[in-house]
Design a protein around this ligand. Sequence first.
Ligand SMILES: [Zn+2]
Ligand SMILES: [Zn+2]
Length: 123
Amino acid sequence: MPYTDKVLICRECGTSFTFTVGEQAFFASRGLTNEPGRCPSCRSARKAGGSPLGDSYVHYGPFASFGGRTPRQMHPAVCANCNQMTEVPFLPRAGRPVYCSDCFNAVRQTTGKNGDHAFEGGS
Ligand SMILES: [Zn+2]
Ligand SMILES: [Zn+2]
């Protein structure tokens, strides 16, 4: 069967790329029957990244909650509750207590309820 160049769509970045005759012959010579799912640049990026875990693997770092994008600037602060060093994604203001995440959750649970102000300003 003669080979012809094929245009495929990269499943990673969605760009079309050419699966050339040479590559098809190369694939066939290695007994690979599947067409490549990714464009050359995504393939080499994956190789360079060295991720052995496959398609769905995402690099989760300390900033995973930011969706893996450039992390927000973090500011060092001291927790007003337990005095541990922590980091907050906003600039701490004087007079405003900053809590570590543990204490923040605890504080929010005790003060963040509905009707927090329900009994303020009574006669
Ligand atoms: Zn691609
Ligand atoms: Zn704390």
